[in-house]
Design a protein around this ligand. Structure first.
Ligand code: TYD
Length: 136
């Protein structure tokens, strides 16, 4: 099974401020088909409790901080994203949720598929069943 991992992005720091960037097939290990962002999350709210059958993704905390918990059906790992020069790569087939959003946080997400709700697994027990059958 592929594992999620953190990518440290380039940083150019000078007296005018900082600049970072990402390139597809480089820092982001796929061709980008879609970019979306999550913002104005009220205190205490969770997002993204689901898995994708076929979507790989890459998440950056452009502002503020939040936690991303990734679960392969047997193990869970929580990544705290709190710097805009780190990205989290999450391969397809893993359950993931986002919570602990700080005030004014901004989550930027890149995906290698167009939006298609049929790619979502939204029920955790169904996810476990598909995992145990080796279907994802
Ligand atoms: P959803 O994926 O359920 O949000 P989250 O997983 O963060 O809780 O998406 C919320 C709504 O936005 C849902 O109605 C579908 C829509 N949406 C799109 O139209 N395009 C997209 O790329 C995404 C991610 C969501």
């Amino acid at each position: 099974m592929k594992r999620p991992y953190i990518v440290e992005l380039p940083r150019f720091l000078d007296y005018r401020g900082n600049l970072s960037f990402v390139q597809e097939m480089d820092h982001i290990p796929f061709k980008i088909q879609r970019t979306y962002w999550i913002y104005d999350v009220p205190g205490g709210e969770d997002r993204g409790g689901h898995a994708y059958k076929n979507t790989n993704e890459f998440i950056i905390a452009m502002a503020g901080s939040f936690d991303v918990t990734v679960d392969d059906g047997t193990q869970q790992k929580t990544f705290t994203l709190n710097r805009s020069y780190y990205g989290l790569y999450i391969p397809k087939g893993l359950w993931r949720k986002m919570d602990n959003f700080s005030t004014a946080s901004l989550a930027l997400e890149f995906a290698d598929t167009k939006y298609d709700r049929r790619d979502y697994i939204e029920d955790y027990s169904e996810y476990l069943k598909l995992k145990s059958n080796g279907e994802i």
